[in-house]
Design a protein around this ligand. Structure first.
Ligand code: DP6
Length: 353
């Protein structure tokens, strides 16, 4: 009667190399374009979430990093409702043999081991972990692809955090969103030499949240139309191919070009949105210099909706890339002044498997 049923999971952060920016259906969270990401190692940036259900609970509750959050948002309500419906279907199938958890209140306790909402994809790992944890608590038979459809409704980028390695979010074409889901392009083991370094330029909360930022871009930017109609569909195929062929140079060019175009559409929005700052721009120049000195493309930068840089490189080029980055870190006053500025080497144990 007073039992508490529990499940704990972790979900990793993913960083898009082909950006999702724009919704064609706000209610269902359907994107205007497909996107691609690389999932970071669970050893580095991750969310750990425990979902529990009990007759002892008197309301649904959500705790994020120790503080109680509002669960009345549409996103959370949708996830709770859909997950309960899936559990209910199982309870109905196995008449009487399953505890009726679908009728119990839920408690979700979530911890990030990195700054929340600083452009470090915290909502991606957070919503992915929520869906995974409740799915596990409910022992749902759904595949990760099917669960990604749910996670997408929490936060678009979250659907990609259901998988390790190299992941595509296929935008889909159905009006009900049932084919807008994440799929794995290749597992981590396919290209284990890939590494990433994160330059935490600022751990402050970002100015313009992604959701409202992208809606402003869709409404006001003409460059955005060109991007979704003519640029991204081609890039999506090219980037998938570069991953499958382990062609770092092409992957890097596409990644940098896509980050630049995404931030250009932000600037082309009205009023303009600025996510990059002077330190971000210095990081871009530095990566360009590193590639010039190397005589080939050994590093690729990308920035989400914040000033922090993620730099991809191959293990064999680590010294070539991290050496100058570390040296520059010492010479850039802004990097020294900011207490959170540091270079964090990720994926030394590499991506999530
Ligand atoms: C720049 O997934 O946070 O990181 O669906 O409104 O929750 P919502 O947006 P969100 O946007 C992420 C934008 C991005 C690019 C990306 O991850 O693809």
């Amino acid at each position: 009667m007073d039992a508490i049923y529990k499940a704990t999971v972790t979900a990793p952060v993913n960083i898009a190399t082909l950006k999702y920016w724009g919704k064609r259906d706000v209610a269902l969270n359907l994107p205007t374009n497909s996107s691609i990401s690389v999932t970071l190692s669970q050893n580095d940036l991750r969310t750990t979430t425990t979902a529990s259900a009990s007759l002892l609970y008197t309301e649904d509750e959500l705790y994020l990093n120790g503080s109680k959050e509002d669960v009345s948002s549409k996103r959370i309500q949708t996830l709770f409702r859909e997950l309960r419906a899936l559990r209910k279907a199982e309870e109905d199938k196995q008449t009487g043999s399953l505890v009726p958890l679908s009728k119990y209140y839920l408690r979700i306790v979530s911890e990030n081991n990195f700054p929340t909402a600083a452009g470090l994809a915290s909502s991606a790992a957070g919503f992915a972990a929520l869906v995974k944890a409740v799915a596990e608590l409910y022992q749902l038979p759904q595949s990760n692809e099917e669960l990604s459809i749910l996670a997408r409704q929490g936060s678009g980028s979250a659907c990609r955090s259901l998988f390790g390695g190299y992941v595509a979010w296929e935008m889909g074409s159905k009006a009900d969103g049932s084919d807008s889901k994440a799929v794995q392009i290749a597992p981590y083991e396919h290209w284990p030499e890939m590494k990433a370094a994160i330059l935490v330029v600022s751990a402050e909360r970002k100015d313009t949240p992604s959701t409202s930022g992208m809606q402003l871009t869709v409404k006001t930017s003409s460059l955005f139309k060109e991007r979704v109609n003519s640029v991204v569909p081609q890039r999506f195929e090219q980037m998938k191919k570069s991953i499958l062929e382990k062609d770092f140079e092409t992957f890097a060019h596409l990644t940098m070009a896509d980050s630049n175009q995404f931030h250009a559409t932000c600037l082309d929005s009205y009023p303009p949105i600025f996510y990059l700052n002077d330190v971000s721009r210095a990081a871009i120049r530095l990566v360009e210099d590193i590639n010039k000195v190397a005589g080939e493309v050994v590093a690729a930068y990308t920035f989400d909706a914040g000033p922090n840089a993620v730099i991809y490189y191959l293990a064999q080029n680590e010294q070539l890339v991290l050496g100058p980055l570390r040296a520059a870190l010492k010479n850039l006053p802004a990097w020294k002044e900011e207490s959170h500025s540091h270079i964090q080497e990720l994926m030394s144990d590499d991506f999530d498997k």
